[in-house]
Design a protein around this ligand. Structure first.
Ligand SMILES: Cc1cc2nc3c(=O)[nH]c(=O)nc-3n(C[C@H](O)[C@H](O)[C@H](O)COP(=O)(O)OP(=O)(O)OC[C@H]3O[C@@H](n4cnc5c(N)ncnc54)[C@H](O)[C@@H]3O)c2cc1C
Length: 217
């Protein structure tokens, strides 16, 4: 874990999902793993005081860059999401546990809702050349989905929207429960996780390695 002054290289708005910040931070990028996060200082003063955690959305070790997707909920997120090219970003990380994918795994099912797609995108980029990767993503509407052109072409991308504006209509865990027969890995918020846990205990996923990440407070 290191403290590093990153430099914002580019930003992009992803519908209503959040703001993607591409940040030059060779030290953090060199140590970062899929599933981990950085603590970002939300401004130059003491208000807001606490760092805000954001998962890696992309890790480019060779270029020394990371990407974060920031959905602003309050003052800290607002400040971070408003950074623009050339701005400095105070980073502390990488923090947290990373995913461990077994060598023998052939099929990887990644499940995410909202900004929970961040670590799944890192995993999809890392693993799509090695095994079959399916990403199931859910959002309130099409504007809350991760764009398919920001995923490797070999990733099978299945989407759900609550309003039915794109993909399967429903909550994002309704897809995985149906698809659990092909599954080995996953990620979801609490209710989705427990629904999938019940499904996986009964079905052919029983005994298979699974990971769940949960952002909550
Ligand atoms: C390990 C980890 C990784 C994360 N990765 C990402 C990421 O990749 N992208 C991203 O956009 N967010 C991510 N988050 C959530 C993000 O850290 C919070 O949304 C952020 O700290 C909120 O700061 P703020 O200043 O925008 O809002 P605050 O001013 O801190 O909060 C504003 C309001 O939103 C509520 N709130 C804050 N955080 C959450 C939350 N997580 N869930 C529900 N309500 C909340 C508060 O209770 C308050 O009412 C992650 C959180 C964790 C723990």
């Amino acid at each position: 874990m290191i403290l590093e002054e990153g430099r914002v290289i580019a930003t992009a708005e992803i519908g209503q999902l959040g703001t993607v910040l591409r940040v030059a931070a060779p030290g953090v990028a060199g140590q970062a793993r899929a599933g981990q996060f950085v603590h970002v200082r939300p401004g130059p003063s003491f208000d807001p005081l606490l760092r805000r955690p954001y998962s890696f959305n992309r890790i480019d070790r060779a270029a020394g860059e990371i990407e974060l997707i920031v959905k602003a909920l309050g003052a800290g997120g607002d400040w971070i999401a408003a950074r623009r090219e050339g701005d400095q970003l105070d980073l502390l990380g990488p923090l947290g546990s990373s995913f461990v994918i077994q060598r023998s795994t052939r099929n990887l099912l990644l499940v995410a809702g909202g900004t929970g797609v961040a670590p799944m995108r890192v995993l999809a980029e890392q693993e799509s050349g090695r095994r079959n990767v399916t990403l199931l993503m859910g959002g309130r509407s099409v504007a809350h989905l991760w764009p398919s052109d920001r995923l490797p072409a070999t990733v099978e991308y299945v989407t759900t929207t609550e309003d039915g504006s794109f993909g399967i209509e429903g909550r994002f865990w309704s897809g995985p429960i149906r698809c659990a027969r092909a599954a080995r890995g996953r990620c979801s918020p609490r209710s989705g996780a427990s629904a999938m846990t019940r499904s996986a205990r009964r079905g052919p996923m029983r005994g298979e390695p699974r990971y769940s990440t949960l952002k909550s407070r």
